[in-house]
Design a protein around this ligand. Sequence first.
Ligand SMILES: Cc1ncc(C[n+]2csc(CCOP(=O)(O)OP(=O)(O)O)c2C)c(N)n1
Length: 385
Amino acid sequence: MDVRDFLSGLARLRVDFFTGVPDSLLRPLNDTLLCDFGLTGAHVVAADEGGAVGLAAGHFIATGRPAMVYLQNSGLGNAVNPICSLLHGRVYGIPCVFVVGWRGEPGVADEPQHAFQGAITREMLELMEITVFELNAATDAAAFSAMLAKAAPVLAVGGSVAFLVRKSGLTGGAKAKPESRYPMAREEALRMLLTAMGPREYVVATTGKTSREIYELREELGQGHSHDFLTVGSMGHANMIALGMAKARPKDVFWCLDGDGAALMHLGGLAIEAQQGCRNLIHVLLNNGAHESVGGMPVAGGGLRFAPLARALGYEAVFTACDREELAAALADVCVAAGTQPCFLEIMLAQGSRADLGRPAQTPRENLRALSDALQGEAQARCRR
Ligand SMILES: Cc1ncc(C[n+]2csc(CCOP(=O)(O)OP(=O)(O)O)c2C)c(N)n1
């Protein structure tokens, strides 16, 4: 259904505040909210889905009107705690209107990280006593009106409802235009990073297009994939995975290649990483100011700088680069500092990626097996040396 009709319908439920984390399936909704309300009015792009539930709760407490929380179904995990311990009728009974992009819906081919989450999404919502309505390409005005009529009494008694959006369930709307202040694309920066790394150094890459680009670049550079962990799901956890590996393998060097949206989602990890002081871990923040992989919605308004934050959290070796020349110089400095102190490198980037960007041909389990073999092989070689 057309996103404008959807929003007009929700206005009948008195929904006048919108927050969430973007999803490619919900792009018509995300872009329209951005165009209509900007970033500081009745629409807030949240750092994580749980935070969005908190914002929606605050809006209801202050106004008595339910808010919308939009999310990809991957984000349900982040929202479970405030749904169950804040919104639910046995706690405060705060109503909320969820709009959930249904990745991995049964019967539709999708990426491996969506398969299990997709299969349990409806049940998960129902288990949390949220009333579910499905929106698909065939949902018409009459069907939607019937859903609204059922949703109103649920919200009136402090319950929550979810519109579970199948592929093409929402269409039309505005198109947001990305703005970039920086010249370098993420793929170009990744090529420079992979070229600067030693052959035995390991990469833990964040979810989204970063991992897809690394996979393609490894092919292009003839480097193989055995030294990479491509975190296909679990947005925001690449830094903790990298820290876990770096602590367990102090003689190996690990590069965490992180996104700004992902880093912000679980920002606490950065503090833990800094405090652990692992000298064999280099955290690279690929900052394009946006959730580029799912349509380019801004991350915290698009102007967040992580380098000062990293310094405040305790990193001593902090580098920044805004173009190719600065990145080449910063990489030379990082390679000197790595091994002696924990390093943090922020690269300011333009938005954008190739239209023909592929996806890893390896499954996640194949990826893990190849990486485990490489780690084991390196440990054995070290014993022999
Ligand atoms: C918990 C969770 N919420 C939302 C998503 C959907 N998602 C996938 S990639 C992405 C954007 C990541 O942004 P960023 O880390 O800045 O990297 P970029 O795409 O800009 O390279 C989002 C929101 C997800 N995978 N998991």
